[in-house]
Design a protein around this ligand. Structure first.
Ligand code: ADP
Ligand code: MG
Length: 329
């Protein structure tokens, strides 16, 4: 196996909490958005990072690219330690790692044409200028399946799918090796989602890209990810090759998420597990297993309320953070 392109060790990101009204003098409640996350991604492969809204996925994506400063942890991308780089080295590494955002409308400058949007990173990184830059813009548009005449358009003149293709072209313009795709299809019409997913998969093949692909539901990453990590309240609760995770999930949270995915074959219909209760706040996570207040596992007991389960190999290659990961549900 080749060395990972992306190696994340014990990543922590805490935000200072809001001071409550009339709470003067009381300590702020720290928001533990990311609380000790580790994973590695093999070159050319995709890790799917999945979990409900607010569990810390975007914070992981932004922090490993150092768009936000970490609280603790270590990240190595392309052989370089991201958190210790100086400004100049970080700028050089920025070319190698890019992000595609969920909402291409708010991530594109409304006053810039597609051509200007795509020329900007080329100028910043001194990759092309003048006619060379325009040729590059045309090639990028073709690569993401857009008519080169759209170069003169503004974001509001484009459809959601076209805007996301521009966002992808912008990320690709500097020839990165690693892309964080932060829910890149969540804001798109269902009919367009598959097209954009297919485009991302084709681009990965052609350019041998490595992806961290963030989604809030397991169905989206099923066909794109070799490995899947499931997050809950700032922690990875299950990490496994996609084939194993979808066939035999080990964490009760993964099992509940999967039971909510519609199954086309009625004979294979699983029993649905309905999660009750809301996700607790990352400013006051429950003691013990963070999932225990909502956990439907029949073996759930006092230990779950007091002892934090370690993320451990349940079977070789499949990690889960549950005291009862071996027990059927
Ligand atoms: P996700 O992408 O999984 O929806 P986020 O990473 O955006 O989750 O957020 C994780 C947690 O951190 C949430 O509770 C969110 O409210 C909090 N959070 C995110 N960004 C900030 C910020 N800049 N300041 C304070 N809290 C934040
Ligand atoms: Mg997010």
């Amino acid at each position: 196996m080749s060395a990972p392109l992306v190696d994340v060790r014990n990543l922590v990101k805490h935000y200072p909490g809001e001071r409550a009204w009339l709470g003067l003098g009381r300590p702020r409640r720290v928001v533990r958005a990311v609380d000790g996350v580790s994973f590695a991604i093999t070159p050319g492969q995709t890790l799917g990072l999945v979990g409900e809204s607010g569990c810390g996925k975007s914070t992981v994506g932004r922090t490993i690219l150092r768009l936000q400063e970490p609280t603790a942890g270590q990240v190595v991308i392309d052989g370089r330690e991201v958190f210790t780089l100086g400004a100049r080295e970080l700028r050089a590494l920025r070319r190698r790692m890019q992000i595609v955002f969920q909402d291409p409308y708010s991530s594109l400058n409304p006053r810039m044409t597609v051509r200007q949007t795509l020329r900007e990173p080329l100028a910043i990184h001194r990759l092309a200028a003048g006619a060379g830059a325009d040729a590059k813009v045309a090639a990028l548009l073709e690569e993401v399946g857009l008519d080169s005449r759209l170069a003169r358009s503004y974001p509001h003149e484009l459809s959601g799918g076209q805007r996301q293709r521009v966002g992808i072209a912008r990320a690709l313009s500097v020839e990165p090796a690693f892309l964080v795709c932060d829910e890149p299809v969540s804001a798109l019409d269902v009919s367009v989602q598959a097209q954009v997913l297919n485009l991302l998969m084709d681009l990965q093949q052609q350019r041998r890209l490595t992806y961290l692909f963030i989604a809030h539901d397991l169905a989206v990453v099923k066909h794109i990810a070799e490995q899947v990590a499931v997050m809950y309240l700032g922690k990875i609760v299950e990490l496994a090759p996609a084939a194993e995770l979808y066939l035999a999930p080990r964490h009760p949270y993964t099992r509940s998420l999967l039971s909510a995915v519609p199954v086309p074959d009625p004979a294979a219909q699983k029993q649905r597990i309905v999660l009750t209760g809301d996700v607790p706040s990352p400013a006051s996570p429950p003691p013990g297993c963070p999932f225990h207040p909502r956990c439907p596992h029949p073996k759930k007991n006092q230990r779950c309320r007091t002892e934090v389960p370690a993320l451990r190999a349940v079977v070789p290659g499949q990690l889960a953070a549950c005291h009862f990961a071996e027990e059927p549900m």
